[in-house]
Design a protein around this ligand. Structure first.
Ligand code: BES
Ligand code: ZN
Ligand code: ZN
Length: 500
């Protein structure tokens, strides 16, 4: 896919040339000057007149009309040079590659130096390029008879830069891995629930683990019964699909110590159960395994990049259905931890599944926990569709997750857990906990409930109910699943031992 070359000779570039353009570029130097000369000084005039814009976010496709060997040039507006950062580089490349895809081009030649500034070096620009290309050109293979007929696809990206070729290739590979892992998460989330049952998800996990030589364990219903996973099993009671507890172990250190547990909500469909959702609320509930998607996407990135860390992925998976055998409000269930839970709302099922998964992650030696879940409608009201809600019982761990989220451009915002909140979660006349203390601030109750099972283990909770899907297309992908938090989790794992 990627080729790195050192010297760009203008008349050897065929097909498509890509050049980044900063605002107020008054004197054209080097290659830009050569292009300008070939165009009879028309390039500088077009920029001056605003026909080619250097504004960030504007991509101009300019035919060369036989003046150059290349057929066309994409000028990528980058805005003011001193304001340009890594995040801008990523979104600008995203815009570029959306245009490249729309034009059905198979080869592009990118002048990487034109994207490099004091703040964004060559290697960062290369990472931004490959990650953005992978994310922006993602398409879910749907089930329409017509739409999946083969199209021309981008297959060659030639990157021109005078930096070290091996280092550049390595950066391109890292961005590519981040993009691909995220796209895998997207595909899992976009897949309809009748095509992605808990068993299907387990099979996917087995394939992934096998590909990267990781150990795995899939618990079936009987094994869960023996372990006393009454919370996850309660959610599964109304279903004809067997539940699965999916575990993948990535050992990047000699010893199985300092284990990072990544726990992802894997509800393949959430009807709400007897506390059934209104019909508008049911549409989209195939995405209720977004946390599992993020964790599996992160494991793929980890498998590619092989950081020296120990990572344990735990995914509790089932659908939440209704039948004569389904669990009901008023039921009391006993979780693997021994804590009993009064069910007040069967639609608050995610925290039940996660409760046993968190306990099981600790059982397998997790010393740190990060859970990811499409957990509450409340977080969507609080933070909208661009910010993931976070909660934590440990400052240091939260800082690490926050830093990773900044690195990859996925925003998170922390919500508090207070003693009063804990009291509400623990209030029940018949059990240790209740699963739905009320609608006021219910995103916080849900997180605090999971915290009861993390106990003293450092833990961060990420509620992606608002961010797992996007109603509109964006610079780094189409409408639909975003794969959010796959990159944050992977980056968090990679940087886990870095000093701040
Ligand atoms: N899966 C939903 C949360 C959700 C809502 C995800 C919208 C994606 C988009 C979760 O299981 C749920 O139903 N939560 C309830 C909790 C309530 C019963 C306390 C909610 O948010 O209404
Ligand atoms: Zn629910
Ligand atoms: Zn749910």
């Amino acid at each position: 896919m990627f080729t790195v070359k050192n010297d760009l000779l203008l008349n050897e570039v065929k097909e498509t040339l890509v050049i980044g353009l900063f605002e107020k570029t008054t004197s054209f130097e080097g290659l830009l000057m050569e292009v300008d000369v070939a165009f009879g000084n028309m390039l500088s005039q077009l920029v001056k007149d605003g026909d080619i814009s250097a504004k960030r976010g504007v991509v101009s496709k300019v035919p060369t009309l036989g003046k150059l060997e290349a057929n066309r040039i994409f000028f990528v507006g980058l805005g003011k040079e001193d304001e340009f950062n890594f995040e801008h580089a990523r979104s600008s490349f995203g815009k570029l590659f959306k245009n490249v895809k729309a034009a059905k081009l198979t080869e592009v030649n990118v002048l990487l130096d034109s994207f490099v500034t004091e703040k964004v070096n060559d290697l960062e620009a290369a990472h931004a390029l490959s990650e953005a290309m992978t994310l922006a050109t993602y398409k879910f293979e749907d089930y329409k008879q017509k739409s999946n007929e083969p199209e021309k696809e981008l297959s060659t990206v030639i990157v021109y830069s005078n930096s070290d070729q091996n280092e550049l290739q390595a950066s391109l590979a890292v961005g590519y891995a981040y993009g691909r892992g995220t796209n895998s998460a997207r595909t899992l989330v976009n897949t309809p629930a009748n095509m992605l049952t808990a068993t299907d998800m387990a099979n996917y996990a087995i394939e992934l683990a096998t590909k990267y030589n990781m150990e795995y364990e899939i618990l079936d219903k009987e094994e869960m019964e023996n372990l006393g996973m009454g919370a996850l099993l309660a959610v599964n009671k109304g279903s004809v699909e067997p539940p699965k507890m999916i575990v993948i172990k990535y050992q990047g250190k000699e010893e199985w110590t300092d284990v990072i547990g990544l726990v992802g909500k894997g509800i393949t469909y959430d009807s709400g159960g007897y506390s059934i959702k209104p019909k508008e609320g049911l549409v989209g509930m195939k995405t209720d395994m977004g946390g599992a998607g993020a964790v599996l996407g992160a494991m793929e990135i980890i498998g590619e990049l092989k950081p020296e860390q120990n990572v344990l992925a735990v995914i509790p998976s089932t659908d939440n259905m209704i039948s004569g055998s389904a669990f009901k409000p008023d039921d009391v269930v006993t979780s693997m931890s021994g804590k009993t839970i009064e069910i007040l709302n069967t639609d608050a099922e995610g925290r039940l599944a996660l409760a046993d998964a968190v306990t099981y992650a600790k059982h397998h030696g997790a010393n740190y926990l990060v859970d990811v879940a499409t957990l509450t409608g409340g977080v969507v009201i609080a933070l909208g569709h661009h910010i993931t809600g976070a909660m934590a019982n440990n400052e240091e761990l939260f800082e690490k997750v926050l830093l990773a989220s900044h690195e990859v451009g996925e925003m998170i915002w922390r919500l508090p857990i207070t003693d009063k909140i804990k009291e509400r979660v623990r209030k029940s006349p018949v059990a240790d906990l209740n699963n739905s203390p009320g609608r006021d601030g219910h995103a916080i109750f849900a997180g605090a409930f999971i915290g009861e099972f993390a106990e003293e283990t450092p833990w961060v909770h990420l509620d992606i109910a608002g961010t797992a899907t996007s109603a509109a297309e964006h610079d780094l992908g189409p409408a639909g699943a975003t794969g959010v938090m796959a990159r944050t989790l992977a980056s968090f794992v990679e940087a886990f031992n870095d000093e701040e």
